[in-house]
Design a protein around this ligand. Sequence first.
Ligand code: ZN
Length: 263
Amino acid sequence: METIRYTLAPKIVHKTIKTVDISLAKLVIPEPQKFRAQIQGRKILRLWRRGKYLLLDLSGQLTLMIHFRMTGQLVYFPPSAPHPPYTHIVFTLNQGVLVYADLRQFGRLELLPSNKIEKHPILSKLGPEPLGIKREEFEALLKAKRVLKALLLDQNVIAGLGNIYVDEILFCAAIAPHRKACSLSRAEISRLFCCLQRILKEAILLGGSSVRNYVNGLGYKGKFQERHKVYHRRGQPCPRCGHAIVYTRLAGRGTYYCPQCQY
Ligand SMILES: [Zn+2]
C-alpha cells in the first residue's frame, strides 16, 4: 500500500476531480449519485496511508478512504490510455485519469468529512505503523500470550503488516511462526524488530510484492517477490540451511517457514 501511495502522490496531488463514472454501485459509500455530487470539482490536497487504507484529503474538508481488500487496484493513467480489466470507477482529473479496478469487488471507496477520519470505527482501532513503532513499544506489544503469526497479522496490534511480509520477517528473525509472542527472549525480540524494519524497507524500495494482481499506482508490478525466502516456496530448499520449506495454516492464513532454522 505504501508503494501505491508514493507512486501515485506525484501524479494526483493538486489535481482536480472533474467527473466520476461509477459502474458498480456497491463499491462506493454513499450511493453513486450522492458520491458523484459530493466529489466532483474537488481538488486532491494530500494522499496518505493508515495501515492498509489509502486516504485522499480533498478540498472542502472531505476525505476519500479506500480499502482495497483482496484485489482492488488504484492506477493513474494519462488521458486516452486503455483502462485495465475490471475497471469499475473512473475519476477524470484535470490531467489524466485515476482508475479503480477490482476483480473480486470486495474493495470500498468511502467519502467522509475529514474531521470524522480520526474517529472512524476501523481507523481509530488500528495499531501503530510498523515503521513508526519504537522498540520499547514493540516489546510491550509482544507480551501477549498469542501465537506470534496471529499477533503480527492483527491490524489492531500493528497496522499494515500483510501475510507475505510476516512470513518473510519471521524467517529473517529465525523464529517459528507458531511460537507464543510472550515466549520470545530479549535477543529474539531484538532480531524480530530489526527484521521488521529491514524487510519492509526493502519491500518498499523494490516496489512491493506482486502476487495476485498487485500493481503500484502507475500500473507496474513490484519486484520484492523475487526476494521471497519462504513465501510460496513450499518444498523448496531453505536459503539458509537447505531444509525443505514447510506450508501450514496459522491464524487462518497460509504460512511458510523453515522447520529447521526457525524455532
Ligand atoms: Zn532453514
